[in-house]
Design a protein around this ligand. Structure first.
Ligand code: CA
Length: 426
């Protein structure tokens, strides 16, 4: 194991945003256009001016610090960096993500060097901006959005609540990662207010089925999930192999799939989730690149029956990510992502096995993360077991926090996602 690098950035060493994390986001300062930044500690590194100074000005090549920098990079990586500096001036991460895995790694090595090599400090420090001085934006222009249902505990709990007289899991559930296509245009950044949706609902009480009514949802819920952001697309007609996951996926976001259970329960048969889900999906401002999660991969809990070969049953791996569900400041649940039945790479393989192509900015989510214990459930539906008083009231604020083992032996924080419920609009 190599010695962990130490950053010169004040306050960052030993924090959950040390140099083994370095998530990407899009930020702006008052009066300026949004552009790409990297979080270190409680600061944002403004990449565009640093890239311009270090990579474009050929005179710098003859200065000692830049020579060191260039020598630190493989020649190919350095050439790639010279080509891609413009991606840091964009309003989303899409252009950076589309450059692919090699550039993703090169940029990460470059940023790590900037933040750990003392000679870089004079040039870099003026471009570190306190988080308190910036506005953070939706980091990705979302192309397509798919939501899976990969937790056996969540799927079983929901089955028991919605279909108490039937098998908890439907016959297909352990053969394929069940999912549906959601609404990309209503994926919003953390902090965006969530307006209580209205719609049709019919509430059953006991053996009595109530009238069909219209109005604000009375069962507004959360779903604590992880989102996976696609950087590199694929060709229509060609499935993406399970083992090519890291060539296509750029990184991870925190994700809250807000759900109106009364609207959902009335509409979902036979074609699945629709208006009970599509009013809003919140994602974190920060996108954690895959490289930051190298130490977080773990074995899956176990798959029986063995999935078909395209789902790579012997190669599939899960992620050891801890989640906290915080409602109005109180931690009410701690779902463990390592308990998920289907792996992220299996979800991607299944999503494309019919030849459906990927695009830069595609987002696929894990489905609600629920563990086996009562205090590990990722939705209020499960936490309250259908009790109407468990759902969200106007003014409630929900925050999802995520952490994982970092590559330097400590822990890193993934992007948190938050939202406050606003009253329905007439
Ligand atoms: Ca969901």
């Amino acid at each position: 194991m190599t010695t962990p690098l130490t950053t010169w950035v004040p306050g960052a060493a030993g924090s959950h945003f040390d140099v083994d994390n370095l998530p990407y986001g899009v930020f702006s300062r008052a009066g300026e256009e949004p552009r790409v930044g990297v979080r270190i500690g409680d600061l944002v590194l403004d990449l565009a001016p640093v890239a311009a100074a270090e990579m474009l000005d050929v005179h710098h090549v003859f200065e000692e610090r830049t020579l060191n920098l260039v020598l630190d990079l493989a020649p190919v990586a350095a050439a790639e960096m010279l080509d891609v500096h413009h991606v840091f001036e964009e309003r989303t991460l899409n252009a950076l993500m589309a450059e692919g895995r090699a550039v993703r790694s090169s940029v990460r090595r470059w940023v790590t060097g900037l933040l750990t090599e003392e000679p870089e400090r004079d040039l870099v420090e003026p471009h570190l901006v306190p988080l308190a001085d910036v506005t953070l934006h939706l980091p990705v222009e979302v192309a397509d959005y798919v939501d899976f249902y990969a937790s056996e505990h969540h799927a079983s709990n929901v089955g028991r609540i919605f279909r108490p007289d039937a098998e908890a899991l439907l016959p297909n559930w352990k053969h394929l990662p069940v999912g549906y296509h959601g609404r990309a245009g209503t994926v919003v950044a953390s902090g965006t207010p969530i307006v209580r949706p209205s719609g049709q609902r019919r509430v059953s009480t006991g053996s009595t089925t109530g009238a069909v009514t219209f109005g604000p949802s009375r069962r507004l819920d959360i779903e604590a999930e992880l989102g996976f952001v696609v950087g590199v697309g694929s060709e229509l007609g060609s499935p993406v192999a399970h083992d090519d996951f890291a060539d296509h996926v750029f990184g991870l976001v925190g994700l809250n799939d807000w759900s109106a259970r009364d609207i959902q329960a009335w509409e979902y048969v036979p074609l699945g989730p629709f208006l009970g889900k599509s009013f809003a999906t919140s994602i974190s401002h920060w996108v954690t690149p895959l490289e930051a999660l190298d130490a977080a991969w773990v074995d899956l809990p176990g798959q029986d029956p063995e999935p078909l070969p395209y789902l790579a049953p012997t190669a599939a791996r899960g992620l050891d990510i801890d989640v906290e569900v915080v409602v109005n400041g109180d931690v009410i649940s701690r779902p463990p992502y390592r308990s998920m039945y289907w792996s992220p790479a299996q979800m991607l393989a299944h999503l494309t096995v019919n030849g459906a192509s990927l695009r830069t900015g595609d987002l696929f989510a894990s489905g609600t993360i629920s563990g086996p214990e009562v205090d590990q459930r990722g939705s209020l539906l499960e936490i309250g077991w259908g009790d109407e008083s468990a759902f969200l009231a106007d003014g409630d604020e929900v925050t999802l926090r995520y952490s994982a083992p970092g590559t330097a032996g400590g822990r890193i924080a993934l992007g948190e996602v938050t939202g406050r419920v606003e009253p329905a609009r007439a």
